[in-house]
Design a protein around this ligand. Structure first.
Ligand SMILES: [Zn+2]
Length: 218
């Protein structure tokens, strides 16, 4: 069983941390975007064999759980990987942007996941942007307090004219949420569950009926 702990960065009430009015009349909160990606990530994870998830922020967004509290839960649970999901802000409206990903300095395992997730997210979502160093090592709390390899990912800039219209779409959130899980699965060689769907059932019933019909005629 591979245990992944993750969270949507911040919470609904975090001051600042939202799209600027000039780019989004609703001033969508960062947590709302982070949460949407986190939900698609969980949806993708459910397709794989042998994956257990533990989300450390409040899924309603109403209660603030600080980073040490989040990390403590992941450490106690014995997570094998931590993923902290964010959307970036430059503090001014600009035309550049793009995805960025971080791991703890010198963490070879963290770097492996960071690089795989970054590549998959940029490929799926298309926000390569113009960052000089999109892949970095930082001592962010969620990377340094965790006992396991950890990745902090910024899925695009909220104040970028290029990124904002993209990160607001559900389609982008789904693509990058799935890509994040698929990157982890590729690193670990995880297999997808074999799921017997309603469509499979209908196909099998129709095939059986056709066989019966053929048998009667014969
Ligand atoms: Zn953030």
């Amino acid at each position: 069983m591979f245990k992944i702990s993750y969270c949507a960065g911040h919470y609904l009430g975090t001051a600042g941390k939202r799209l600027p009015k000039e780019l989004d009349k609703n001033e969508t909160r960062e947590w709302v975007l982070n949460d949407r990606v986190a939900r698609y990530f969980a949806e993708a994870a459910a397709q794989y064999e042998g994956v257990q998830l533990y989300r450390t922020d409040d899924e309603t967004g109403k209660t603030f759980v600080d980073i040490p509290q989040r990390v403590e839960q992941a450490n106690k649970w014995g997570a094998a990987l931590y993923i902290d999901m964010h959307h970036n802000g430059a503090g001014k409206i600009f035309t550049g942007g793009g995805v960025e990903a971080f791991c703890y300095p010198g963490s070879a395992e963290g770097k492996k996941y960071r690089d795989a997730i970054y590549a998959a997210v940029v490929k799926a979502g298309g926000l390569k942007g113009n960052r000089v160093s999109p892949l970095q090592e930082k001592k962010f709390d969620s990377l340094s307090l965790t006992n396991m390899p950890a990745v902090l990912i910024e899925y695009g800039y909220m104040d970028s004219k290029a990124d904002a219209p993209v990160i607001l779409t559900d389609d982008y959130a789904r693509k990058v949420g799935y890509a994040t899980m698929e990157a982890v699965a590729a690193v670990l060689g995880l297999q997808k569950r074999i799921v017997y769907t309603q469509a499979d059932f209908v196909r099998d019933v129709l095939a059986a009926a056709a066989k019966l019909q053929a048998a009667k005629k014969g």
